[in-house]
Ligand binder design. Structure first.
Ligand code: ARG
Ligand code: ZN
Length: 880
């Protein structure tokens, strides 16, 4: 793409649509190379923008990669001079404010490797229309503020017995030439991005759910026959989600049928099409033998996420794509609370905050930094980001914290009631929260428009004579591309105070409660607590009450104290994180100044205490004992020195492993499970701590430890334990041993695509084994498919995003490799290419040598030829 072709779209230019589509009647005659699509639209001038005695504006229909066959209005073929085909669509002149438009097009699903629009996955037809994929199916006003009632007829050869679309099946039969024909009708008006079609030779499992008002809903999960045994967990998750949304938000399901389809080739996790959710197989299919605990939990949360969209997204949708976080931020918040209720709340929070700190903070400090509600974009697919999703969810969570749960529920009730059936904005959401409660969120709104991660600096003083304790909190948000001069935000900071004996202090200001939410609204503000008998230790930003970086100068002893005594489990973990980060920073300094690295004594002591605390939830122990990832360490600020990070982290890991070997062994044996696998929070917790112990035991390198891992691997009781054992053997065994175990694993599981993905990821992400040479071999492996995003993510992203050690090899070969892969992928699947380039976008943060190498790799992409709009946007913004 040339600069001149790259068009930026601005929120400030939003205009309501000229025409509305009351009804959309689609018919498909499926064929891999030539699918015929007929669309009949009932169109009417939008009364909201019409003027008296006006000249009618032309009707614009978006379209991409379509072969136009014919256009008719009110049943008559339209002469060629009445319409113009342009890049990106069709413009036609109209002579009446209301008419029926019929357009016939031809498309080739087989040739569609972008996985947007209608495409084939293992011979099955499926669609992905969000955000702008519908325009690859037919000419249409492909924007979310045009909502229409859809009827869809699908005709396909008898080898595609299952033909699905949104809503209820209203007719089916056989055509004269023996093909199957099915018609679906969706009574709820929806934007084109929620349209879906599936056709294939699929099996299904069925269940039912009785809603709170007593309606029976049929639940069906479709998949290829070989996967039919992997549906149970998703089905259970779906029923839990439906119940939870009734209980917590008062939201009832609205159609008589809810379908989920598993698809192997999918760009994202899943899609909330009305009544017909389409899922990446990896996010819906699981069995204990083939899926890890992490996969089980991911499935539960994604099934919930897509189901929750039925209200937060479908019944109330987005006016335009700048408002994406309206549905995504809110829905991520909803699914996170659901997972917290189903499992361990603290562990769920820790996982979400880790993702935010590791990757969202990086995004917000990089060249693609944007507000939760972006002001502009070139390609909307690039804005399905951690900022819109995860930071967006944090923004909703802060509203929940500021208003409290009952008031939040009043706000969400008003939001759904006011805007049901409408396409609205983030502003409408905040206004509903205010109006339902007489609250003032005026300053709070800046969270939607201001990018960057705020930094809070906290200092405290204690006045013994007055018995007063004061916190001084300063906030500051760094500049981001295109945004200077940031304003102070309204930041809720949940705080508790610990007495000298570790007991929580009653806070007079909070009516005797043990914690209080401080409302920071100024650039610098003082908060005083009265009636404090001796100097307390503050527990700040409990539960991570705001997405900020908080700095307070804790000593190692204070952090260890918080790790043992804080009543907030999240902050106990966070104290441990701070202790780890401090130790790792000291080690990095030693490495850089050429000194011998010193034992991280405080950290080892802290870890020992955690392991000795029998009362601590094992899941929390496992989280505390996990050193921050290299990526997370890199996020701590300052110039990134990859070699120093790796040296410090490896040294700390081995020192901990050696010092605490006995404890790890005792704990390992105590946690061995002699019962059938179950993905409950308690069992997952035990397995996670057990496997953490195994990893450290193997890191310490004794033959006994490797024998334990080998035993666990060979018993193969469930994929969680098997994969954890294999990972330890690969990382710490000899190369020959590792080859042998990997071979054996592949032999056993080569028929199962999802396990093969795990197998790829284990290798590409291995610090020791995942060398560039190995990754190149994996790409040449017969099970690798460049057209399958899951395989690309397992191998290429596994290496570039989860293998800090090998990717940052000093000769820079990892960077060049990634550039070459991105260039090749861009021709097939621009969305995936644009995502994969992320590790190269942060070149400015690295030391001079790496920085130059990464920059050169980006440059290589930039001059490689014509880039997709997706990749062009990311690369050009990163080079600025
Ligand atoms: N709405 C989907 C979800 O979050 C994601 C769709 C992603 N589409 C895309 N083009 N990136 O549930
Ligand atoms: Zn979503």
């Amino acid at each position: 793409m040339k600069d001149s072709q790259a068009r930026t779209i601005y929120l400030k230019d939003y205009q309501a649509p000229d025409y509305l589509v009351d009804h959309t009647d689609l018919s498909f005659e499926l064929d891999p190379h030539a699918t015929l699509v007929k669309s009949k639209l009932k169109i009417r001038r939008n009364p909201a923008v019409a003027q008296a005695n006006e000249t009618l504006p032309p009707l614009w229909l978006d379209g991409a990669d379509l072969e136009l066959l014919s256009v008719s209005i009110n049943g008559e073929l339209l002469p060629a001079h009445r319409y113009q085909q342009r890049a990106g669509g069709l413009s036609l002149s109209t002579d009446a404010p209301e008419f029926e438009l019929e357009v016939h097009t031809r498309i080739a699903p087989e040739a569609n490797t972008s996985l947007e629009g209608l495409y084939l996955s293992n011979g099955m037809y499926c669609t992905q229309c969000e955000a702008e994929g519908f325009r690859k199916i037919t000419f249409y006003p492909d924007r979310p503020d045009v909502m229409s009632v859809f009827t869809t007829t699908i005709v396909a050869p008898a080898s595609y017995p299952v033909l699905l679309s949104n809503g209820n099946k209203v007719d089916s039969g056989t055509t004269e030439d023996g093909r199957l024909r099915v018609t679906w009708e969706d009574p709820f008006a929806k934007p084109s991005y929620l349209f879906a079609l599936v056709a294939g030779d699929l099996q299904h499992v069925e269940d039912s759910f009785t809603t709170c008002s007593g309606r029976e809903v049929k639940l069906q999960l479709f998949t290829e026959a070989r996967n039919i045994g992997k549906c149970a967990h998703a089905m259970t998750s779906l029923k839990h989600s439906m119940r939870w949304d009734e209980e917590v938000y008062g939201r009832e399901y609205d159609l008589d049928i809810f379908m989920i389809v598993a698809v192997d080739h999918f760009n994202m996790g899943a899609m909330e099409n009305k009544g017909l959710n389409i899922f990446n197989s990896a996010c819906v299919l699981a069995s204990p033998e083939t899926a890890t605990d992490a996969a089980f939990q991911r499935i539960e949360s994604i099934v919930a996420h897509e189901y929750f969209h039925n209200w937060s997204g479908n019944r109330v949708t987005c006016r335009d794509w700048f408002q994406l976080s309206l549905k995504e931020g809110f829905t991520v918040f909803r699914d996170a609370e659901f997972s917290a209720d189903m499992n361990s709340r603290a562990v769920k929070r820790i996982e979400d905050v880790t993702l935010l700190r590791t990757s969202q903070f990086a995004e917000d400090a990089g060249p693609m930094s944007h507000p939760v509600r972006p002001d502009s974009y070139m390609e909307i697919s690039n804005f399905y980001t951690l900022t819109v999703y995860e930071k967006g969810a944090e923004v909703v969570r802060m509203i929940h914290t500021i208003l409290g749960p009952e008031a939040f529920r009043r706000g969400s009730d008003l939001y759904f009631e006011r805007h049901d059936g409408c396409a609205v904005t983030c502003e409408d959401f905040v206004a509903a929260m205010e109006d339902a409660n007489g609250a003032d969120l005026k300053q709070f709104r800046r969270w939607y428009s201001q990018a960057g991660t705020p930094v809070l600096d906290v200092e405290d003083t204690y006045n013994e004579a007055l018995g007063e304790y004061s916190l001084t909190i300063r906030q500051q948000t760094p500049e981001t591309p295109g945004q200077k001069g940031k304003l102070p935000l309204h930041i809720p900071i949940t705080v508790g105070l610990l007495a000298e004996d570790g007991s929580p202090l009653r806070l007079d200001d909070a009516a005797g409660q043990m914690e209080v939410v401080l409302h920071l609204t100024e650039a610098s503000q003082n908060f005083t607590f009265a009636g404090i008998a001796s100097r307390p230790l503050p527990s700040l930003l409990r539960g991570f009450s705001a997405p900020v970086k908080l700095r307070y100068d804790y000593s190692s002893a204070q952090l260890q104290f918080l790790m043992q005594h804080d009543t907030d489990p999240f902050n106990r973990w966070d104290a441990c994180q701070r202790l780890s980060i401090n130790s790792l920073q000291t080690l990095q300094q030693q490495y850089r100044s050429g000194e011998a690295l010193q034992q991280p004594a405080a950290l080892i002591e802290g870890y020992a205490a955690v392991l000795d605390d029998a009362a601590l939830d094992p899941a929390l122990v496992a989280k505390m004992l996990a050193l921050p990832s290299a990526q997370e360490i890199a996020e701590q600020g300052g110039e990134i020195d990859a070699a120093a990070i790796i040296a410090a982290r490896t040294f700390a890991r081995d020192a901990i492993a050696t010092a605490l070997a006995e404890r790890f062994l005792t704990r390992y044996h105590a946690l061995e499970q002699h019962k059938p696998y179950s993905p409950t929070a308690e069992d997952i917790a035990e397995r996670s701590l057990k496997n953490t112990c195994l990893f450290y035991l193997c890191a310490a390198g004794s033959a006994d430890a490797l024998a334990l891992a080998k035993g666990q691997f060979e018993r193969g009781e469930n994929m969680t334990d098997t994969a954890a054992a294999l990972a330890a053997l690969v990382e710490f065994g000899t190369e020959t041993q590792a080859e042998g175990f990997l071979q054996a694993f592949y032999q056993q599981w080569q028929q199962d695509t999802q396990v093969v993905e795990t197998w790829f990821g284990l290798q590409s992400g291995s610090a020791k084994f995942g060398t560039l040479e190995r990754v190149q071999k994996l790409i040449a492996h017969p099970a690798f498919e460049v057209k399958n995003p899951n395989k690309v993510r397992a191998v290429i992203a596994g290496f570039a995003m989860r293998n800090f050690t090998q990717f940052h090899r000093a000769d820079g070969s990892g960077y060049t490799f990634l550039a070459d892969q991105v260039i090749a992928l861009d021709k097939l699947n621009p969305q995936i290419a644009a995502r994969l380039v992320t590790p190269l976008t942060r070149w400015k943060k690295y030391r001079a040598q790496e920085s130059a190498q990464i920059h050169a790799a980006l440059q290589k992409i930039s001059v490689s030829g014509e880039l997709s709009r997706d990749l062009y946007e990311v690369v050009s913004k990163s080079l600025e």
